[in-house]
Design a protein around this ligand. Structure first.
Ligand code: GRF
Length: 198
């Protein structure tokens, strides 16, 4: 049975594109919705151009009403009946009420080698720490931020002249390789960890 995948984005959606483009042929999953918290997210146009249903629920009108925003997101998701939800450059923090409702079905990609550098500014923090290795992680989403079971990591050597910008640019292609590889395995019911080395 083909698994239905919803992808949540906030911006350009390069990870969404990589995921959507991977779901072809004998892949056990297909994209059924791309949803953004920003109606102007560039990824929405890309998804529409790929023929994927899109939706936008602007978080700004909800102000501090996080529960109200998440209820709207949840309703849009349930209408699409996803088996799997992929957070892909989705920049809103989700409450435990939301994550628990989808636990075991929701993945996220984070631009660090978790458990290092949960949260933001991961590339700058890795450079400040003088790390020789850096990369990205795909994990299951649980109540704690950037903390769920790790399903895959991709790593690279930090270059002496790397800046946060150059590091982000070198990690992004690793994300585009790792996330589709993990999704394919996860959609087949296989949680065996994937490790890629650049
Ligand atoms: C990526 O670095 C991703 O790790 C982070 O958001 C950035 C942009 O992602 N979460 P995308 O191009 O919108 O997929």
């Amino acid at each position: 049975m083909t698994k239905r995948v919803a992808i949540l984005i906030s911006g350009g959606g390069s990870n969404m594109v990589a995921l959507a483009e991977s779901m072809t042929g004998d892949h056990p999953a297909r994209p059924v919705l791309v949803l953004s918290n920003d109606p102007d997210a560039g990824g929405l146009r890309k998804a529409a151009d790929m023929g994927i249903p899109i939706a936008a629920i602007d978080h700004k009108p909800f102000g501090k009403d996080r529960a109200g925003f998440e209820a709207a997101i949840d309703a849009a998701l349930r209408a699409a009946e996803p088996d799997i939800i992929c957070l892909a450059g989705f920049m809103r923090i989700l409450t435990p009420a939301f994550t628990s409702a989808w636990e075991g079905q929701m993945l996220n990609i984070h631009p660090s080698l978790l458990p290092k550098y949960k949260g933001l500014h991961t590339h700058a923090r890795a450079l400040e720490a003088g790390d020789e290795e850096h990369g990205c992680t795909v994990h299951e989403v649980t109540a704690a931020l950037d903390d769920g079971p790790i399903l895959g990591q991709a790593r690279l050597r930090v270059a002496p002249d790397d800046t946060p910008e150059t590091l982000a640019a070198r990690v992004l292609p690793l994300e585009h390789a790792l996330y589709p590889a993990v999704l394919r395995r996860f959609a087949a019911g296989d949680r065996t960890r994937i490790d890629l080395q650049s």
